[in-house]
Write a protein that binds this ligand. Structure first.
Ligand SMILES: NC(=O)c1ccc[n+]([C@@H]2O[C@H](COP(=O)([O-])OP(=O)(O)OC[C@H]3O[C@@H](n4cnc5c(N)ncnc54)[C@H](O)[C@@H]3O)[C@@H](O)[C@H]2O)c1
Ligand SMILES: [Zn+2]
Length: 352
């Protein structure tokens, strides 16, 4: 088992290892004295792993309840959140009990937000079941649901008690979801790890998924540890996301998060290369790596539409947008771009 310590205001461990699901009872008991554990899971994931988790939790001496939500980003909303809170109150769940997210980023964000707000806050544990959730969304304490006006507009910071990553759970993940997670892995490599980038270029990159997951979580730890509340250096983790979120929203979420981030990274790198900020070799290598993982690097969403979507993104500050821009493989910088120059960046990124 691999362990990454997250030095947040409330420190915790991310545990990574094959077969961890069956040890969840003991591992979670070590960080929680809760009487009741409520498993929150999606309609696809619960039938796959719910009973194995319940057997394991039983061994940890928890009283168990479960609540299952419909799958998909469109259900990460106030309605689902309200239903979950009502379920908790109807079942007399108290602040000393525990929520357990068993699922991808949708389940994790929803569970975390419910845990942060139910009775002014209770503990929760993340058991991520997608690659994206293992390398990204389960770590760092960002919780949220979407509003009609945009993604993650209602949310807060609330760190989990622990995160259990069991790569065996990825065996049932649909190919497209797996590739979506790979986009975030490539993001970490492009951001700060030439060695991870080189590894991803090889055929044997995923021989040991625990090692790749640990590497990504350790990178996220370094940013979260310095800037838990996302007011400074943590913004580097948004590489590919300023344009990517716009692509995701404009596609009506037909494009998965990872696919949109892939397009977003390709666009910002292309624009940066045109402006002489990113080296041509780094751009070529990034595009080749995204293509190797069968991730999209272009979009046919019209420039006007993308521009509007980027400007409505919550990360806009005053009359500037802060773009995370690659310089070479493993090095990026943040550039404040006046909103009137945004169109130029999008155009150079390939939008028409
Ligand atoms: N909190 C954060 O820091 C953070 C960071 C990145 C992304 N996010 C959020 O994460 C969400 C995306 O997460 P995601 O990509 O995990 O999507 P997801 O949770 O929707 O899961 C993707 C799909 O895979 C299915 N699935 C999950 N695990 C499975 C498994 N093991 N086997 C078979 N099917 C499985 C789900 O039912 C779903 O249909 C977005 O809402 C995004 O905003 C949050
Ligand atoms: Zn992301």
């Amino acid at each position: 088992m691999r362990t990454v310590e997250i030095p947040a205001s409330r420190p915790y461990r991310v545990l990574i290892g094959r077969g961890l699901l069956s040890q969840a009872g003991e591992l979670i008991r070590a960080v929680s004295d809760a009487g009741t554990a409520v498993i929150v899971s999606g309609e696809h994931v619960y039938p796959l792993y719910g009973s194995e988790l319940e057997r394991a939790l039983d061994r940890g001496g928890f009283r168990l309840l479960h609540w299952v939500h419909p799958s998909g980003e469109k259900h990460k909303n106030l309605e689902t959140y309200g239903k979950l809170l009502n379920y908790l109150s109807e079942n007399r769940i108290g602040r000393g009990d525990l929520l357990l997210s068993l699922g991808g980023g949708v389940t994790g964000d929803l569970t975390g937000f419910a845990a942060a707000t139910y009775q002014r806050g209770m503990d929760y544990v993340q058991i991520p079941t997608t690659l994206l959730a293992m390398v990204d969304s389960s770590v760092g304490g960002k919780t949220a649901v979407n509003l009609p006006a945009g993604k993650n507009l209602a949310g807060c910071f609330h760190q989990p008690k622990t995160v259990l990553c069991d790569p065996n759970l990825l065996s049932t993940l649909p190919e497209r979801e797996y590739r979506s997670g790979c986009a975030e892995v490539i993001k970490y490599a492009m951001l700060c790890s030439p060695s991870l980038f080189r590894q991803l270029q090889t055929a044997s990159a995923w021989e040991n998924p625990e090692q790749v997951i640990e590497c990504c979580v350790a990178i996220k730890r370094d940013y979260v540890g310095q800037d838990e509340f996302d007011v400074g250096i943590r913004r580097y983790l948004n590489l590919g996301h300023s344009f990517g979120h716009a692509v995701e929203a404009c596609s009506g979420y037909a494009c998965s998060h990872g696919e949109a981030i892939s397009v977003g990274m390709a666009m910002i790198a292309r624009a940066a290369a045109e402006k002489g900020i990113c080296t041509p070799d780094a751009l070529d290598a990034l595009l080749a790596l995204l293509e190797k993982y069968k991730l999209p690097t272009e979009t046919d969403i019209p420039l006007d539409q993308l521009q509007r979507a980027v400007l409505s993104d919550k990360k806009r500050k005053d009359e500037q947008i802060h773009l995370v821009v690659p310089e070479t493989i493993g090095r990026c910088r943040i550039i404040p771009v006046p909103v009137e120059e945004l169109r130029d960046w999008l155009r150079l990124g390939g939008a028409r």
